[in-house]
Design a protein around this ligand. Structure first.
Ligand code: GTP
Ligand code: SPV
Ligand code: MN
Length: 625
């Protein structure tokens, strides 16, 4: 693919070679809405006191200049263009490597609107806390103004926002992950509503002070104001803490907008699956962070004749259509994916996507100026520089790449991206999958009996924690709909909203709901299921269920495949492993049901009655199994 094709979204904007504009020089976009934007930018600049203000226009030249500047400042390492053209490595501060959920707040007017799964703070109180932190926080730095669109600019399901930030790394990342630039300003000028997002790494520079490679602050605040549609993020330069269009806007704030407008903002991948007969199906799947979304989004089926086209890998916005179907778009424009575990044998599509024009963060550097991470190749290189910049050899006894190291790359670079991946109206869903990382109990695949049962399943997802968030890896936690850290309002109201959206769908056109688990382990600790490309075998069963081509076995927790209906041609899975993959132990599930009751009770009566009825019915079936 030609470089020019990758940056098509910036075509039409004038390519200006100059990066820095002094404060007061404004883009030549006229319109009513610009006054409010300018006033807001003035207000933030007066508070944060940057040395310069730079309105981002989204051109290729501007992006290149920002990257060059960061290389000059030692903030990025330019990779060897022979191996990885147009690509860079960022090394974060060792304390700033993942989302900080404990420092993430929902500042709704009413505490009950945040609910027990969120950190609630009163808006006035938190403004009083963070305003002094933002005071002068951009001193000596450039404040970038980044207008962005989630979804194609002007699309019926799209929403726009503006991020001001003092991090050029954030600007270039947002440029990959969203549609950025002057065409968004034209929407704002024309009066389109927009979300305000403010980001500072919290590291002002005194005159003459030398900057560091990754400025950040020990004190961190990621604060969402759902009532006024604002995000204020302080102290972190990392991913979901700093690319505010992503988790903060497209999930936490958008979930609140969706609640009010009748749609859903979800932590889901989106794919089109094409069967050997050429029939196309659309699937969305919600798995918690680092639990396989990017991998499933880029699936290469191991069953002959099947194909998958990628539509999105992390976020989907779902809206009931006039036709009674549930329509979905991927609001993002790029992938911010987990590097470790991404390799030739697991996700060759991702490896090919990363051929160039990629910003890597916290992976290892090879002596030849290319990158490496655990799982990219079976054999590690003999020597590397690790993610902290220290010499590394296979004998070092520690990972060379941080477990949550990531790549940032344009979606258009994915070799199996769907031709219409950015179609403004999206695609109609045939199935929704919920999953998590569960070593025990949860079968490879289970089908929900109907929408309400599916919502019950989603509300009960739990998963072992990964490196994508601060905390203890492996610890089991509830992560309903894979949205625990991302739902911007009361989770029980969110369950009710899912039920309500279901009522807007035609019963025979609503997506069918399934729960999957690629991560079940045997007593010896090994994964029972080969996973990755072989997950196509589960998708094949799901689609044949949708078409009514195969039956299923009723179990207390839902419908399981008839063992003979799973296509296992060409893989070695022993009968004992298969039995274990689908084993449902009523005693253990009754214990899970107790935990569900405990969880539901934390919502003070807000969990919708139909879900309590599902829990009662589950227990009834389990007691008689
Ligand atoms: P976020 O970007 O954090 O939301 O993560 P994600 O859900 O997109 O997860 P991703 O696809 O990046 O996978 C995370 C880790 O899970 C990687 O190390 C993968 O190698 C591993 N993984 C993904 N799919 C499978 C699978 O089918 N089986 C096994 N065993 N591991 C998998
Ligand atoms: C996740 O943690 O689910 C991610 C990465 O997708 S971040 O954007 O940092 O949230
Ligand atoms: Mn994610």
């Amino acid at each position: 693919m030609a470089l020019a094709d990758i940056f098509t979204r910036t075509e039409g904007s004038s390519a200006r070679p100059t990066v820095t504009r002094t404060y007061g020089e404004l883009p030549a976009v006229q319109g009513e809405g610009m006054a409010a934007l300018r006033a807001w930018v003035d207000e933030i600049a007066a508070l944060t006191q940057p040395a310069r203000v730079h309105w981002i226009e989204g051109s290729r030249a501007e992006n290149d200049a920002l990257l060059r500047e960061m290389v000059d400042e030692g903030k990025l390492i330019k990779l060897n263009p022979e191996w990885r053209p147009g690509s860079y490595l960022a090394r974060s501060h060792p304390s700033d490597v993942a989302r900080t959920e404990a420092r993430t707040f929902i500042a709704s007017e009413r505490e009950e609107d945040a609910g027990p799964t969120n950190n609630w703070v009163a808006p006035d109180e938190i403004r009083a806390t963070i305003t002094p932190l933002f005071e002068g926080s951009m001193k000596g730095r450039t404040m970038y103004v980044v207008p962005f669109s989630m979804g194609p600019v002007g699309g019926p399901l799209s929403h726009i926002g503006v991020q001001v930030t003092d991090s050029a790394y954030a600007v270039t990342s947002i440029g990959i992950m969203t549609r950025v630039g002057t065409e968004v300003l034209r929407e704002i000028a024309g009066g389109a509503p927009w979300v305000k997002t403010v980001h500072s790494v919290g590291a002002p520079l005194q005159p003459g002070e030398q900057d560091v490679a990754w400025p950040c602050n020990d004190e961190k605040y990621i604060v969402h104001f759902p009532d006024t549609l604002e995000v204020w993020s302080y102290g972190s330069g990392y991913g979901g803490n700093a690319i505010l269009a992503k988790k903060c806007f497209a999930l936490r704030i958008a979930s609140v907008i969706g609640r009010d407008e009748g749609w859903l903002a979800e932590h889901m991948l989106l794919i089109r699956v094409i069967d050997p007969a050429g029939r196309a199906y659309h699937l969305a799947a919600a798995f918690p962070s680092a639990c396989g979304k990017t991998n499933l989004a880029m699936l290469r089926p191991t069953i002959p004749g099947w194909r998958v086209e990628t539509l999105g890998d992390d976020i989907a916005w779902l809206r009931p259509g006039e036709d009674g179907r549930l329509w979905a778009i991927n609001p993002e424009a790029g992938f911010f994916g987990v590097a470790p575990g991404t390799g030739q044998s697991t996700n060759v599509t991702a490896v090919e996507t990363l051929w160039g024009n990629t910003i890597f963060t916290n992976v290892a550097l090879r002596p030849d100026g290319d990158v490496w991470w655990e799982g990219l190749t079976d054999e590690p290189p003999a020597e590397l520089t690790d993610w902290e910049g220290k010499p590394w050899t296979p004998a070092s006894g520690r990972p060379a790449a941080h477990p949550n190291s990531r790549f940032t790359v344009a979606a258009a670079q994915c070799p199996q991206i769907a031709g219409d991946w950015d179609a403004p109206q999206g695609v109609p869903l045939d199935a929704i999958l919920f999953g998590g990382r569960r070593a025990t109990n949860v079968p490879l695949v289970v089908e929900a009996t109907d929408w309400t049962h599916g919502v019950f399943m989603g509300s009960n997802i739990s998963s072992e924690k990964t490196a994508a968030q601060e905390g203890t890896v492996g610890e089991l936690r509830r992560d309903p709909f894979a949205m625990l850290p991302f739902c911007g309002y009361n989770m029980a109201d969110y369950f009710a909203h899912w039920l309500k959206v279901g009522q807007k769908l035609r019963f025979d056109r609503a997506p069918r709901v399934f729960q999957v688990n690629w991560f079940r382990k045997g007593a010896d600790g090994r994964f029972l299921w080969p996973g990755f490309g072989d997950n196509s075998r589960v998708i094949d069963w799901i689609i044949r269920r949708i078409e009514g081509e195969v039956g299923a076995v009723d179990s207390p927790i839902g419908r399981l495949p008839e063992p003979s209906d799973l296509d296992l041609d060409g893989i070695e899975v022993s009968q004992a492993d298969l039995d274990e993959l689908f084993a449902v132990d009523p005693q253990l599930w009754l214990r899970e049901a107790d935990l569900t009751e405990e969880f539901y009770r934390t919502f003070d009566g807000r969990v919708p009655a139909p879900l309590w009825a599902e829990l009662a019915a589950l227990r009834y079936r389990l007691q008689r199994a």
